[in-house]
Design a protein around this ligand. Structure first.
Ligand code: NAI
Length: 725
């Protein structure tokens, strides 16, 4: 009987040489490899045919892409899943495929260069030998919990068996990834080599494994759980190796998790369950539970929200910031930074880090030296953490120069202004820059002054826009770019491209007081201040919003930002929007009493002691004194958070925002809006626009006109339609 001709695989390319088959994973038409069912269906038959092929003694998996191994499962596929059972069976299929691979008699080597994440790492874990390149782009990890799911193709079982429970939990529960050197230390890979020799070494190891010269690992399913000698500290090893110690370890991990997730993110907790199951009931049972939990999570609301965020940020990466596709960004090699304070030095740092030369102008020599030192400190810190070599640091620092005059600014392509928050100073800066630089773009990092007012002083207002960075600049992921009706599309596209190179997620909004992020923060902070004035307890109020999902409460935030800064912004917003956004005057009294927040070590909380505690003397400056009233936490959170949501909807209605998507990303990445709620607009859709409209009307009746629902909410609520399609 004739065998049906084997179909040529679409996702793989095989080269056989000297008994070693190198399988290049190469998903057609994509720049990165992701795992989808079609690829899965090709893998097992391919592996089996290589297993049968007498000319093949060993197999190497490598990537056909330039800079990535396998980035994980195809998230779009996950998002299309309709039921827990469907997702569970996807996971089971993945598990079976990798199980088959691991049980092959012929040795299998993973040759890893670039991202080896999620399903990609699970793939590598099922191989018998792992080699990674020492390239910066090479990272290995299980980021699944960041999408609200858990590793579903054996990761919760194989990873702890390979590197020990504690180390595996560290990676899986936080969705972390590690670079090659760290992976080697952990025992996650067997060796690390420079990129040019990766394939050669992989072929050689495969041949050595096949000839028995090198011994291969026992398959994870057959292996007793063990601790890798290299990694585990002695005490940890003891904990992992006996049952009582292990259950203590799991209990501790669970407690730590709950403190972090506050029950809002179920995935890490489920991942922990799957790991524990594998320890208590064995590999097979562990896999079964892993797939079941993966299925449940994949269709959960939290996973949906987190995947939507993933897609929104992916879409923003491809968004040029302007509607017209023919508009191209100007090349930017050199930028100028005016003012090398907290923000300016951060902006210079992220620029140099991206290979863009940054020239800082400060008001005098000592300020310039301080600015230079601040940029260098950022790079030094990374050398200390080993995420950068000294040579790389020195290379980056060569891109940073300082001046106390305008010399060198004639040649910058873009200037970011970060001097004091003062309109006439900023206008003076525009004029001075235009005088020395004929066609450069002027971007201001103002946090509250409308860009149009600054541009009013410009001869070339088409080259003026806002680049609103957040503090601390190196860490905060968002950049809000603000355009006026006069800003040229080319200037916008250029600023967006620079922001992306600096590693930022960029949203483009239209000009207006407070733009988008500062504007929606304003009523949120006002409402918190009102609650304090009505008698709420400082710590309780903060706790209420943290329980709602913000990383810190509004009062802590005010202390961090500076009560004086809050007061100043409050005034700007009151002037612009009148009664609706009127900031309570009490803030000003606190500033007059010398309470500036953390920076003055005198705020709502005490600083300097071991524990951060509410400073009771603050109550003496507030109505009601030290006798605080009891407020329901959920009710406080509702008042404060819905002020932000409603203001975001106003911004969309007024055309400050281009889309609900940008509004969600801006609030999450700029202000810490709870990711599991997906942003103000996703939250509105999840609650239901009708229900949200009713809630706003109830609050309006109770607390007054500032809760009047945004016209767009009224429209959507009455029609019962969503903000997102
Ligand atoms: P900062 O006070 O730390 O830095 C301002 C720097 O500008 C100082 O180093 C000062 O010496 C320098 N400077 C003042 N006049 C100058 C001049 N004529 N020429 C050259 N340098 C001059 O202030 P920060 O916090 O860095 O803020 C800068 C700008 O960024 C402000 O507009 C602020 O509103 C905005 N911003 C601040 C954020 C924050 O969280 N601190 C967040 C977003 C924006």
């Amino acid at each position: 009987m004739n065998q049906p001709a084997e179909k040529l695989p679409q996702n793989f390319r095989v080269e056989i040489e000297d008994g070693v088959a190198v399988v290049f994973i190469d998903v057609p038409g994509e720049s990165v490899n992701t795992i989808n069912p079609a690829l899965g269906e090709e893998l097992t038959p391919l592996v089996e045919s290589l297993d049968r092929d007498p000319a093949v003694k060993a197999i190497v998996f490598a990537s056909g892409k330039k800079d990535g191994f396998v980035a994980g499962a195809d998230v779009a596929m996950l998002q299309r899943v309709r039921s827990a059972a469907e997702a569970e069976s996807l996971a089971r299929a993945g598990q079976r495929g990798f199980d088959r691979l691991e049980r092959l008699q012929k040795p299998v080597v993973a040759a890893i260069h670039g991202a080896c994440l999620g399903g990609g790492l699970e793939w590598a874990l099922a191989c018998h030998w792992r080699i990674a390149t020492d390239d910066r782009k090479t990272v290995l990890g299980q980021p699944e919990v960041q999408l609200g799911v858990i590793p579903g193709a054996g990761g919760t079982q194989r990873l702890p068996r390979l590197i020990g429970i504690a180390q595996a939990l560290d990676i899986i529960l936080a969705g972390k990834s590690v670079k090659a050197r760290k992976a080697l230390k952990l025992g996650l890979v067997d060796e690390v080599v420079p990129p040019p020799v990766l394939l050669q070494v992989a072929r050689q190891r495969a041949a050595e494994l096949a000839s028995g010269k090198l011994r291969r690992e026992v398959p994870a399913g057959l292996k007793k759980l063990k601790v890798h000698g290299l990694v585990a500290a002695a005490t940890q090893a003891v904990l992992e190796e006996n049952a009582v110690g292990r259950s203590l370890l799991f209990r501790e991990a669970r407690k730590k998790l709950l403190r972090k997730t506050r029950g809002h993110y179920p995935a890490p907790e489920k991942a922990l369950q799957a790991v524990q199951q594998g320890y208590e009931r064995g590999f097979e049972k562990g896999l079964l539970l892993e797939a079941r939990l993966f299925g449940e999570l994949a269709v959960s609301d939290v996973a949906r929200r987190l995947m939507e965020i993933f897609f929104a940020t992916t879409a923003l990466k491809k968004d040029s910031g302007v509607a017209d596709p023919s508009v191209k960004a100007r090349p930017v090699r050199r930028i100028g930074v005016l003012g090398g304070g907290l923000m300016g030095s951060g902006i210079a740092y992220v620029s140099a880090n991206a290979g863009i030369a940054a020239r800082i102008r400060e008001k005098d020599a000592s300020s310039a030296a301080r600015a230079f030192g601040a940029v260098k400190a950022g790079f030094d810190e990374r050398v200390k953490r080993k995420s950068l070599t000294r040579v790389e640091r020195d290379q980056a620092m060569r891109l940073v120069t300082t001046a106390t005059d305008w010399s060198g600014f004639e040649g910058v392509d873009l200037l970011v202004e970060a001097v004091f928050e003062d309109l006439s100073l900023k206008q003076e800066m525009v004029r001075a820059f235009e005088a020395v630089n004929a066609g450069g773009i002027f971007a201001t990092n103002t946090s509250s002054i409308p860009i149009g007012k600054i541009a009013a002083a410009a001869k070339r207002p088409e080259l003026v826009l806002g680049m609103h960075y957040f503090s601390p600049v190196p860490k905060m992921p968002l950049l809000e770019i603000i355009v006026t009706s006069k800003t040229a599309p080319e200037a916008v596209a250029t600023a967006v491209a620079v922001g992306k190179r600096q590693g930022k997620t960029v949203i483009v909004v239209n000009d207006g007081p407070g733009f988008y992020t500062s504007r929606i923060l304003s009523p949120y902070m006002n409402e918190a201040a009102r609650l304090l004035i009505e008698g709420a307890d400082i710590a309780e109020l903060d706790r209420a919003l943290v329980e709602w999902g913000f990383p810190v409460g509004p009062i802590t935030l005010l202390d961090e930002v500076g009560i004086d800064v809050g007061d100043k912004v409050g005034k700007v917003m009151t002037e612009a929007f009148g009664e609706r956004l009127r900031a309570p005057g009490e803030l000003h009294k606190l500033v007059e009493a010398g309470r500036l927040g953390r920076k003055s070590k005198k705020g709502f909380y005490t600083y300097g002691g071991k524990k951060k505690e509410v400073d009771p003397t603050m109550y003496d400056l507030l109505p009601g004194g030290r006798n605080r009233k009891r407020f329901d936490r959920a009710a406080m959170a509702e008042r404060v958070a819905l002020q932000m949501v409603n203001e975001a909807i106003l911004c969309l209605g007024e055309g400050i925002l281009r889309s609900a998507r940008d509004g969600d990303i801006g609030a999450i990445f700029g202000l810490g809006f709870p990711p599991f709620r997906g942003g103000p607009f996703r939250h509105a859709d999840a609650v239901g626009t009708r229900a949200l409209l009713e809630a706003m009307r109830r609050l309006e009746a109770q607390h007054g006109a500032r809760f009047a629902p945004a016209p767009l909410l009224v429209e959507k609520g009455q029609a019962g339609s969503n903000f997102h399609g």
